[in-house]
Design a protein around this ligand. Structure first.
Ligand code: PEP
Ligand code: MN
Length: 257
């Protein structure tokens, strides 16, 4: 069902007036994790100030270590919803538990399924049963074919509003946190009718590479870019090395435009 052979025209997903997949670039920006109302509101104000609509923030954080900040959970979703209502933005947040999908629908505009859960088939099916767009990230060790099959799990349950997101894969290279598989973008665009985003933050893990990789994403035909923004990255509770501060974020957006 996700194949372009099945449906030749591009899927366009409308989220609060943003038409993702319409041929114009869209941006999903926001902190790695929701830490407080003030932190999210500061980023929301900047996002709105740049004329953008899509705010991200993690409430359920799938961390490599159980001793790292795990996110604020439902409290984080409530903060996102409050900020979204106040700034008229759409919010996107990761859900990790199939049982939380139905609750999440009341708080977020887009459900994110993260790299570590790309093959959590019960989660994919649960997201496929609700009427809410899903941003599906590529697993860090998943082939393109496995990634497409994960999207098929969602669409097979009835939800065809899926955004694919390349976020880098594991290779032997250590200069970046993951290796951005830039060629996956035109391949996914050819093989599926779904919009394709590139997450430059988690693919590189390096603040200095966010702008050049975002340019590359747009040059190969990505429908949009995701990147992390924090009012004070030095004190961020997660991904402190790669989030942009608000001034850098403004320059980033203007340079891409
Ligand atoms: C995220 O976007 O917050 C995240 C954890 O990314 P990934 O699942 O790609 O590692
Ligand atoms: Mn992050």
């Amino acid at each position: 069902l996700v194949s372009r052979k099945k449906k030749p025209e591009d899927t366009v997903i409308t989220i609060k007036g943003e038409t993702i997949g319409d041929g114009n670039p869209h941006f999903i920006m926001g902190p790695c994790a929701v830490e407080s109302y003030d932190q999210v509101a500061q980023v929301a104000e900047a996002v709105k100030g740049e004329g953008l609509k899509l705010l991200r923030g993690g409430a359920f954080k799938p961390r490599s270590s159980p001793y790292d900040f795990q996110g604020l959970g439902l409290e984080g979703l409530k903060i996102l919803k409050q900020v979204a209502d106040e700034y008229d933005l759409a919010v996107i947040s990761e859900i990790v538990n199939p049982a939380d999908i139905e609750t999440a629908v009341d708080y977020v505009d887009v459900i994110q399924i993260g790299a570590r859960n790309m093959q959590n088939f019960e989660l994919l099916k649960a997201a496929g049963r609700v009427n809410k767009p899903v941003l599906l990230k590529r697993g860090m060790s998943a082939t393109i074919s496995e990634f497409i099959n994960a999207a098929e799990y969602i669409i097979s349950q009835g939800n065809e509003n899926i955004i694919l997101c390349e976020r880098g894969i594991r290779t032997y290279e250590k200069a970046t946190r993951n290796t951005l598989d830039i060629s996956s973008v035109p391949i996914l665009k050819q093989e599926t009718h779904l919009p394709v985003f590139v997450d430059v933050t988690h693919s590189t893990g390096r603040r200095d590479l966010l702008l050049p990789t975002a340019k590359a994403a747009m040059a190969v035909g990505a429908d949009g870019v995701m990147a992390e923004v924090h009012p004070d990255p030095a004190v961020a509770l997660s991904d402190s090395a790669q989030q942009m501060d608000i001034e850098t974020f403004k320059k980033f957006i203007n340079e891409l435009r």
